[in-house]
Design a protein around this ligand. Structure first.
Ligand SMILES: [Zn+2]
Length: 257
């Protein structure tokens, strides 16, 4: 079995030296799964390396017996996208080589080789600053407009269990089209809680994009589910409030004259 490691995961774990933090990649010794730990305080990480016990778990939220690889930070005083991508590629190559020394067959993932999906999304959104419907091409500028629009309702939540920050909320538009909004538009990255995706404590909801149920697990991903659930209940309330007894809609739905 080949373990596919996405460049975007390594990219996420490759930070600049200016941050004082670094990222690590943990790999299941059977080579079936990996996860990203980021950010890790550089001082703590030094302690781990000094102990020289890469397979004994880590004090920064890893799993015991997993193998941990440090992602070398890129050397810069400021955020630098180009340097970060270059360093991420080097880190990916070196991790693949190290994994082969552990007898684990690992290959680069199928994602875009040049730049991460996350940064593409960021660049596109920063440029156009609009959220489009795939069918009628209506657009919304602010995320709160999406939430307030009675013609939009949350259809799916497409979680990315490798990196929850890359998930997508898929809204249905009244025209029949779909509107995809990256989760990070609504939620800041969650780094305090680790991901339980795929572990025993995980109810597995994130593997079904049609599920909009909240998740009770203490997991990095549960915040994204809570927000999705709130969006659906918000819509339910909104549908109720458009009844004939309400005047909140102003003259919009009233016949004129
Ligand atoms: Zn539409």
């Amino acid at each position: 079995m080949t373990l596919r490691i996405q460049l975007k995961a390594i990219y996420r774990a490759t930070l600049g030296t200016h941050t004082g933090n670094e990222g690590w990649i943990g790999v299941d010794p059977s080579g079936k799964a990996y996860h990203v730990i980021v950010p890790v305080d550089t001082q703590i990480a030094r302690g781990v390396m000094a102990c020289n016990r890469p397979t004994d778990g880590t004090p920064f939220g890893g799993y015991s017996n997993w193998i941990y690889f440090r992602c070398q930070p890129y050397d810069s005083d400021v955020e630098d996208e180009t340097l970060r991508i270059e360093q991420a590629k080097k880190n990916l190559s070196s991790i693949l080589i190290k994994l082969s020394q552990y007898g684990i067959d690992a290959q680069p993932g199928y994602d875009q080789p040049v730049t991460s999906q996350a940064s593409i999304n960021t660049q596109i959104l920063a440029k156009i600053k609009r959220i489009f419907c795939t069918r009628c091409h209506r657009s919304w500028i602010h995320p709160h407009e999406v939430l307030k629009d009675p013609d939009l309702w949350l259809l799916n939540y497409r979680a990315d269990v490798d990196d929850f920050n890359n998930g997508v909320y898929v809204f249905q538009h009244a025209c029949g089209g779909k509107v995809e909004v990256p989760v990070w538009v609504f939620i800041k990255p969650q780094v305090k809680t680790k991901s339980l995706a795929g572990l025993q404590a995980c109810p597995g909801l994130c593997y079904y994009e049609t599920s909009l149920k909240p998740c009770k697990a203490t997991c990095e991903g549960s915040t994204y589910r809570t927000v999705a659930y709130k969006m659906t209940s918000r819509h339910a309330r909104r549908v109720d409030s458009t009844g004939p007894d309400k005047n909140e809609t102003g003259g919009k739905y009233n016949p004129v004259g």
